[in-house]
Ligand binder design. Structure first.
Ligand code: AHG
Ligand code: MN
Ligand code: MN
Length: 340
């Protein structure tokens, strides 16, 4: 299926048959994301050179102060997909509500909705640490031709047609799945082309990295505290290594390549966890499962959670199969924490 040295454009054309209900619409959508990614990448890379840093002053719906680059990335992704009229609706972590989009003939006859975290890990921008973009694509459930509605966005993760992320790191990559494995493409900035650099990515089944904001230790549920002590114990191949960037995209990307577990649990400070089910956890869960990994809330599969609101938060345990399994065994000893 995958051909070495192919560009992202060639890959999309060559794998058209894998794109569900393919009419070229999903290919055009991924192409728009590719274009927006290049624009955002350009801006992220010059962030240290021009005065675009600092807070934009606005706070998003979660009450967090937005960095200027969050607003910029949000605008670019929203505009690119709106102008090209290839989706019937977009929901963004940076917007309070979803938007419905009309196609050129004035109707909403596109099939897909997109959910996006335009800039993930944005607090890392002004210290030159990698950030990302996360996207999730669903086929609408309301009739084609009508405005997109909330229920088009509140679908279980298992219904995703495609999902992926862009990591603006030492190199810029797009990593995505359409349900046929996970492939990673690296940007050659000299010519602005993404090349297939990481075909068929897989999480190693075991790993030795754990990624969690351990500063919150005293606020964690007992199952997480116990699991962390297990990670640090001198037994078998432990203690594990602790690595936490604070950009989900980057932490996930490293763990997928090297083998590891990422945890953002509930805590007394954030009783439902911090990460958003629709913009962050579901797309990462789809990628994880397609790469032989696991994503759960500590008790059950992330992608089977029935969403009730756009900005819903959930605890997130994601990574190498055997590591998540052990973490879940520790959590299972405290069934009272399964509700949040
Ligand atoms: P965002 O920048 O989109 O708000 O997401 C930040 C997320 C995630 O990327 C990261 O892993 C986590 O928040 C870090 O949170 P803490 O600073 O609480 O560890
Ligand atoms: Mn985020
Ligand atoms: Mn964000």
């Amino acid at each position: 299926m995958t051909q070495k040295h192919s560009t992202l454009g060639e890959f999309i054309i060559g794998n058209q048959k894998h794109f569900q209900y393919s009419s070229g619409e999903l290919s055009r959508l991924i192409n728009s994301i590719r274009l927006a990614a290049k624009v955002v990448n350009h801006e992220v890379n010059k962030a240290g050179l021009v005065d675009i840093l600092g807070s934009a002053g606005d706070t998003n719906i979660q009450g967090e102060t937005q960095q200027k680059l969050d607003v910029y990335a949000n605008d670019i992704f929203m505009q690119t997909m709106t102008n090209r009229q290839i989706v019937c609706g977009i929901a963004s972590e940076e917007e309070d509500n979803y938007v419905s989009i009309k196609s050129s003939n004035g109707k909403n006859d596109n099939k897909y909705v997109v959910l996006i975290d335009p800039l993930d890990g944005s607090s890392n921008v002004d210290v030159n640490v990698s950030v990302g973009t996360i996207f999730s694509i669903y086929r609408r459930v309301t009739p084609i031709g009508s405005p997109a509605q909330l229920e088009d966005f509140l679908q279980k993760g298992t219904e995703q047609v495609a999902a992926g992320y862009i990591v603006y790191g030492t190199s810029t990559m797009i990593v995505f799945t359409t349900g046929h494995g996970v492939n990673g493409f690296t940007l050659n900035p000299a010519i602005g082309t993404f090349y297939l650099s990481h075909p068929d990515m897989k999480f190693p089944e075991d790993g030795d990295i754990y990624s969690i904001n351990e500063g919150n230790y005293v606020h964690f549920p007992q199952g997480v505290k116990d699991y962390l002590k297990y990670c640090q114990a001198e037994e078998d191949n432990r203690p594990y290594t602790s690595r936490y960037i604070g950009s989900l995209v980057s932490d996930f990307h490293r763990n997928m390549i090297k083998g590891g577990i990422y945890i953002y649990p509930t805590s007394t400070r954030s009783p439902k966890g911090k990460l958003r089910l629709l913009y962050e956890c579901n797309p990462m869960a789809f990628l994880a499962e397609q790469a032989n990994g696991v994503a759960s809330d500590g008790y059950k599969r992330i992608m089977e959670i029935d969403p009730t609101e756009l900005h819903q938060r959930v605890p997130f345990f994601c990574g190498s199969k055997n590591m998540v399994k052990v973490a879940e065994e520790f959590m299972a000893k405290y069934p009272e924490n399964a509700k949040y």
